[in-house]
Ligand binder design. Structure first.
Ligand code: NAD
Length: 503
């Protein structure tokens, strides 16, 4: 294994600056970069090395109040822009992100840990695609004309009725640490396209690319106050946003537990809430599957981004006739993956985002081992800073084990054999979550049937985690409600207004 601390020097000036000396970022309020009113700050660490790479403000209630007031002040002007004006700015933002792809990918690697190539296409280019898609959608917002059956209009008159789509208002976008830039883009692009103004709250562990994105968005010509960014602790600045009486909507991506807290906090002014929450996504491999594709695909479904993916395929149900072959294939894929610092070009899997997260994941593996599961490969934390978890495959599981029921959010796959497909569907649906699933089969009719039987917001067939700005993504059950991406996402940020006239 390459020395995990063997980080190459970043090539761009922006990332080199963090690499050489921690940078003190400010947060964006009303077009200017500010420190917290009480001067508190937090630190960002390179998760591979534990080295401090940046500091940023730890916002309090006063800062959140200022950011929300700025968004409110900016709202009438932004909502009053033409769709083409909003589209032009969103396209310029996309262009600037693309022009800074190397710097942003390096910053994401330093801050979050993911390998550079993963950051480049799954975050930075994916963020570009979000801004371009919603730039187009900004110019395609439509209401409807309706012919009502009202019979009590004055004699000789008619009723004309239509609907108008209007922006919801001030949006608080709260995002997690696993894919910071693209998840941010998935909120900002549709919100701004709809004419909303935004206060963004990035995650404590990964605020850097959001702050750099803010700089690029100002450079793209976004008016002051249209986007504000407050950093800091979820329980403080995040909670203050969720409870704020002048926030009209919270667009949240994160854990189910925090989603519940946000829902509680939002009750005061009945703000709109959409929740993209956790998952425990099943992968079902049928006996007629193309096994080479299915094994590589299901390994990638869990080990990509070190399993820190909301839709990670963390439970595999494999037909008993192919179980041994699939287990061997998964184990050898896991063992072949090169762990290392994300800046190293040979690295295929980086560290987890923090020591706490790695310890949490290790605990699940250890509890499974104690309960009698077989840890086929992986299992123990490693690396000088203790943030690496090798790709882990677990067999001989029981359905009530925590590692089977709870979202581990690390590179940990549990595998279970099944005899008939009804049993596999029942096991797949036996979860509080319903975010995503994949089915691996050469049978068209099995694929169609299973895509209907599985309780999930997305079902992939012979693939996993295929994202596109045009494809809605979100959950059923305790994986939340509302959708990111696609036309459905724009709806989150628009209200229907009905106009009814006697003519
Ligand atoms: P988290 O819920 O701990 O934090 C998410 C965000 O919420 C952070 O910005 C945090 O600071 C903030 N926050 C924390 N407490 C808060 C509170 N009381 N009020 C308001 N904001 C608060 O989640 P995480 O650990 O950062 O991220 C991992 C989780 O995100 C996983 O459960 C994963 O499945 C989920 N996720 C879901 C999707 C999806 O599309 N469904 C996508 C990515 C990640």
């Amino acid at each position: 294994m390459t020395d995990i601390l063997d980080a190459i020097r970043p090539a761009t000036i922006g990332a080199q600056a963090l690499f050489d000396k921690p940078r003190a970022f400010g947060m964006l309020i009303d077009g200017s970069w500010q420190q917290a009113a009480d001067g508190r700050t937090m630190e960002s660490l390179d998760p591979a090395t534990g080295k401090v790479i940046a500091s940023f403000p730890d916002a309090g209630q006063a800062d959140v109040d200022d950011a929300v007031a700025a968004a409110r002040k900016a709202f009438p002007a932004w909502a009053g822009t033409t769709p083409a004006q909003r589209a032009a700015i969103l396209n310029r933002i996309a262009h600037l992100i693309e022009a800074h792809i190397d710097e942003l990918a390096e910053l994401e690697t330093l801050d979050q840990g993911k390998p550079l190539y993963v950051g480049r296409w799954a975050e930075i280019l994916a963020a570009v695609a979000q801004f371009r898609f919603f730039a187009g959608q900004a110019t395609a917002i439509e209401g409807r004309t309706i012919t009502p059956s009202i019979t009590y209009q004055p004699a000789g008159k008619q009723i004309a009725a239509w609907t108008i789509r209007e922006p919801v208002g001030v949006v608080a976008a709260i995002v997690p640490w696993n894919s910071p830039l693209v998840l941010t883009a998935m909120k900002l692009a549709p919100a701004l396209a709809a004419g909303c103004t935004v206060v963004l709250k990035p995650a404590e562990d990964t605020s850097i690319t959001a702050l750099r994105l803010g700089e690029l968005m100002i450079e793209a010509g976004l008016p002051a106050g249209t986007l504000n960014i407050v950093t800091g602790r979820g329980a403080v600045s995040g909670a203050a946003l969720a409870a704020h009486f002048d926030v009209d909507k919270v667009a949240f991506t994160g854990s189910t537990a925090t989603g519940r807290a946000i829902l509680d906090a939002s009750k005061g002014n009945l703000k709109r809430v959409t929740l993209e929450l956790g998952g425990k996504s099943p992968v079902i491999i049928l006996p007629d599957a193309d096994l080479e594709l299915a094994i590589a695909g299901s390994a990638n479904a869990i080990f990509f981004n070190a399993g820190q993916v909301c839709v990670a395929g963390s439970r595999a149900y494999v037909h008993a006739s192919i179980y041994n072959q699939v287990m061997e294939g998964l184990a050898s894929h896991a063992q072949a993956l090169q762990l290392g610092h994300g800046l190293n070009p040979d690295t295929q899997m980086g560290p987890l985002v923090s020591v706490q997260q790695a310890m949490r994941v290790e605990k699940y593996i250890e509890a499974a081992r104690v309960a009698g599961a077989d840890i086929v490969t992986g299992g123990k934390r490693c690396g000088k800073f203790g943030t690496f978890i090798p790709p882990t495959v677990i067999g001989n599981i029981a359905p009530d084990m925590d590692v089977v029921r709870e979202e581990v959010f690390g590179p940990v796959l549990v595998v279970q054999p099944y005899d008939d497909i009804e049993e596999a569907v029942k096991a797949a649906n036996d979860s509080q979550y319903g975010l995503a699933a994949s089915v691996w089969t050469e049978s068209l009719s099995s694929a169609h049937r299973l895509s209907r039987q599985i309780q999930a917001g997305t079902v992939w067939i012979n693939c996993h985690a295929m994202f596109d700005p045009s494809l809605p993504i979100g959950g059923v059950k305790q994986s939340g409600y509302g959708r990111d991406s696609g036309l459905a996402a724009l709806d989150n940020y628009l209200e229907w207004k009905t106009v009814c006239a006697v003519i």
